[in-house]
Design a protein around this ligand. Structure first.
Ligand code: 5GP
Length: 237
C-alpha cells in the first residue's frame, strides 16, 4: 500500500489517498481542538491513543454487525480505511444531559434521559455545526430519508453495544457523535472515528470526566484520562 497525497486535513486527523482508489489512510494527529478550532493544542501520545482506541471500538462494532470503514491498522497512528462518500450530517445520541443540550434547554447536567435522545447536526465549522432535522437534510440533499433512517437505527445500535461495553468497565457513556458515509456499493457505513474526542464518558461512581470535556473545560489530565479509559477497556497501548 503506497501513501500518495494529502486529500483532507481535519482538526485532529489527516486523510491521504493511496495507490488503491478505494482505500484511504487516516492519520491520527496529536492536535486537539475545541470550539470549532478556536482552541488548539498538541497533546503528546493522543494520536496514537485515539488510533488504537478507535480500532478497538470499531472491531467491537463490526462484531455486533455494524459495517465500518476499517480495513487494517498500518502503524501506531495510521489506519487504512475504505473510501466513503461522507454524509455531512452528525448523529448524536445522549443517555445523560450534558454539553449543548444543557446550554440549549437549561436542563441539569447529569440528568438521565429516558429514552435516549437522537439529534442531527450539520457538519459545518463556519456555521458552528448547527442543529438540523431530517427534513432539512432531505430538502438540501445532504441525505435521503432512507439513509437517515438507517443512520438513526445504526446509531442506536452503537449505543446499545457501547453503553454496555463502558458500563462493564465502570463508565457511563453520556453521549457521542457518529458520522456515516456511503461505500462503492451504496451501503451506509460508519466512518470518521469513535474516541474520547467525540464522546462523553464519566466514571460511574464519581462522575469524573474522562473525555475531551477535560480539554474544553481546562480541567487538565486529558491524555491521562484517555489512557485510563483505554486501560479500563483493555486496549493495548
Ligand atoms: P454537544 O452537542 O453536547 O456539544 O456534543 C454531543 C456529543 O457529540 C459530545 O460527545 C461531543 O464530543 C460530540 N460532538 C459533537 N460535535 C462534535 C464535533 O464536531 N467533533 C467532535 N469530535 N465531537 C463532537
Amino acid at each position: 500500500m503506497e501513501k500518495r497525497t494529502e486529500l483532507y486535513r481535519g482538526k485532529a486527523k489527516t486523510v491521504y489517498t493511496t495507490d488503491d482508489p478505494e482505500r484511504l489512510i487516516l492519520h491520527f494527529r496529536n492536535d486537539t481542538s475545541a470550539f470549532d478550532g478556536e482552541k488548539v493544542e498538541q497533546l503528546e501520545r493522543k494520536g496514537m491513543i485515539n488510533n488504537k482506541f478507535n480500532n478497538f471500538i470499531m472491531e467491537k462494532l463490526e462484531a455486533a454487525g455494524v459495517a465500518t470503514q476499517i480495513d487494517q491498522v498500518l502503524s501506531e497512528t495510521e489506519t487504512l480505511v475504505k473510501r466513503l462518500q461522507m454524509i455531512p450530517v452528525e448523529c448524536v445520541v445522549r443517555n445523560y444531559a450534558a454539553g449543548s443540550l444543557v446550554r440549549r434547554l437549561g436542563v441539569e447536567e447529569g440528568l438521565e434521559l429516558s429514552p435516549a435522545t437522537f439529534e442531527l447536526f450539520l457538519k459545518n465549522d463556519a456555521l458552528h455545526d448547527p442543529m438540523i432535522n431530517e427534513t432539512h437534510a432531505v430538502a438540501f440533499g445532504w441525505a435521503s430519508a432512507e439513509q437517515l433512517a438507517q443512520m438513526k437505527t445504526l446509531t442506536f445500535k452503537v449505543n446499545d453495544v457501547l453503553k454496555k461495553l463502558f458500563d462493564d468497565a465502570g463508565m457511563l457513556l453520556v453521549d457521542f457523535k457518529l458520522e456515516f458515509g456511503v461505500d462503492a456499493d451504496g451501503n451506509i457505513v460508519l466512518g470518521d472515528e469513535f474516541s474520547p474526542d467525540g464522546c462523553r464518558l464519566w466514571d460511574k461512581e464519581t462522575r469524573k470526566k474522562l473525555d475531551k470535556d477535560r480539554f474544553r473545560q481546562g480541567l487538565g489530565g486529558v491524555v491521562e484520562a484517555y489512557e485510563e479509559v483505554a486501560q479500563r477497556l483493555g486496549v493495548a497501548l
